[in-house]
Design a protein around this ligand. Structure first.
Ligand code: HEC
Ligand code: HEC
Length: 435
């Protein structure tokens, strides 16, 4: 197909363009994207090359945002806060292994996507961009740029204050009817007095402004609170020369890096940035990996329903770009080894199954996909048949044929899992000094 061929040529170049953008974004983004908001605050979000430097400022708005983030009274059920899904003791990811969380006024509505971790990426996510070639010939000349950036699995939010409004009003999550409903609760909150002290005694008179300030407060909390970017993993200490990785962990990293093997690091970057910043294990690019349909999601009971990421249904501005159907944002693998739910649709529940999927998707498709009515393996069954050509079959390790040997053995998978476990925060450095 012409279009998949053009995408193929575009992809490699686009990845590097995105990487370059990312490296500069790491230094520039917080200041640029939040210039208006952060005139007085300079969050130190990236792990600096040395520990010297100004102490991060913690604004009053951030302190208030923290109270809002943990306030379950702001939901229709009275039982759900941001932290119910983004649990601070689970790297701000889901507290359990549910493919999607239950919410809504009755707490029985199931979402359609797995809860991502909020750690590390918030200050460093580039804004959504999709520099498109103007013509087909331009597309062919590798100047086309793959989509990159934005918040959520489909990159549909460009700021954290916009993003925060989604769960507050989503009928399956915190399920508020409108901003007025949120403000009515906020005015009754124990911290309402503090809200007025920070944003002005008459803040609740201007409803639009009051709501905007509440969203701004959440954003400041997410950007400023050190708990969102602790950099306390074994891998961080290793990069700082404070601890060694074991032979198994190093072997796992080699497998993870090898461009002709796992090739994981081409999307989940594991090297320091040019400015010395520690890697986030994502390039914020979008890919269609062909993750199998997840019957645990109630929405999937409808055979006509497909979550196609960039092209909808949650995201609506890209639905004409059929070439982007099925693409989801690459996520950080920091703390991924603590999760019990993997990929946008929560299809896998162990890290090793997620790894096996990558290396056995093509060598043994019958293991991952059900059979269709004709007894044929229904590969890439979470996309309409006509759009399955969008699934990545050109990046290693997604290039094999059925029956070939997977790039990784079970032992390799153990080693990569051991390496990824070094990305878990709260590594106890003191009890394990440098050998
Ligand atoms: C019912 C569970 C639930 C609740 C409650 C919830 N979220 Fe989320 N959150 C999710 C899911 C699921 C996603 C992925 C959404 C998507 O891709 O459409 C997400 C995505 C996000 C993201 C984007 C992360 C990224 O990787 O780009 C941010 C930021 C976020 N949530 C913040 C919040 C805030 C702030 C609140 C409270 C106002 C909140 N969430 C409440 C489930 C929840
Ligand atoms: C071509 C880019 C690309 C390559 C190569 C790649 N990934 Fe991914 N990875 C992604 C994208 C995109 C997602 C999210 C896809 C989705 O949910 O549909 C993802 C998701 C994941 C997840 C799930 C994380 C979570 O929190 O749900 C894990 C684990 C993972 N990748 C590990 C790996 C490993 C290990 C390799 C090497 C074998 C690898 N990836 C290679 C792009 C890539």
């Amino acid at each position: 197909m012409l279009f998949s061929a053009t995408r193929l040529t575009a992809r490699g170049g686009a990845r590097w363009a995105a990487l370059a953008a990312l490296l500069s974004a790491a230094a520039l983004l917080p200041a640029a994207a939040h210039a208006a908001a952060s005139a007085l605050v300079t969050p130190v979000d990236t792990k600096p090359a040395s520990s010297a430097g100004p102490k991060p400022v913690y604004s009053d708005a951030a302190a208030l945002g923290k109270l809002i983030f943990f306030d379950a009274s702001l939901s229709a059920s009275g039982k759900m806060s941001c932290a119910s899904c983004h649990s601070p003791s689970h790297a701000y990811g889901p507290p359990d292994g549910l493919a999607a969380q239950l919410g809504g006024a009755d707490m029985h509505q199931q979402g359609t996507r797995a809860v991502p971790s909020l750690r590390y990426i918030l200050n460093r996510t580039p804004i959504w961009s999709h520099a498109q070639a103007a013509s087909l010939s331009e597309r062919l000349s590798e100047t086309d740029n793959a989509p990159v950036g934005g918040f959520a699995w489909d990159g549909r939010f460009n700021s954290l204050h916009d993003q925060a409004t989604f769960p507050l009003f989503n009928p399956g999550e915190m399920a508020n009817k409108d901003p007025a409903a949120v403000l009515a609760k906020l005015e009754q909150a124990p911290y309402a007095g503090r809200f007025k002290e920070v944003f002005g005694q008459n803040i609740f008179v201007d409803r639009t402004k009051a709501f905007a300030q509440a969203m701004y407060a959440i954003e400041r909390f997410e950007l400023e609170d050190p708990s969102f970017h602790p950099y306390t993993s074994k891998y961080d200490y290793y990069l700082d020369g404070k601890v060694q990785l074991t032979a198994q962990e190093l072997r796992g990293q080699k497998l993870f890096d090898n461009p002709a093997g796992g090739n994981c690091a081409s999307c989940h970057i594991d090297q320091k940035g040019v400015d010395g910043s520690h890697p986030l294990f994502t390039d914020f690019n979008f890919q269609a990996l062909g993750v199998p349909r997840n019957p645990e999601l109630k929405a999937n009971a409808d055979p006509k329903y497909f979550d196609m990421g960039l092209c909808g249904p949650l995201r609506t501005d890209q639905s004409k770009e059929k070439i982007n159907c099925g693409l989801f944002r690459s996520v950080s693998l920091r703390n991924t080894a603590t999760r019990h739910v993997f990929f946008h649709n929560g299809r896998f529940h162990t890290l090793k199954d997620a790894l096996r999927f990558y290396v056995q998707r093509d060598t043994n498709p019958a293991k991952w996909y059900p059979k269709d009515a004709h007894g044929k393996v229904d590969k890439f069954n979470d996309l309409p048949v006509a759009l399955r050509g969008n699934v990545d079959t050109t990046d290693e390790p997604l290039t094999r044929k059925a029956g070939e040997r997977p790039v990784w053995s079970e032992r390799d998978i153990d080693d990569v899992a051991a390496f990824l476990t070094t990305l878990n925060d709260d590594y106890d450095l003191k009890s394990k000094p440098l050998k």
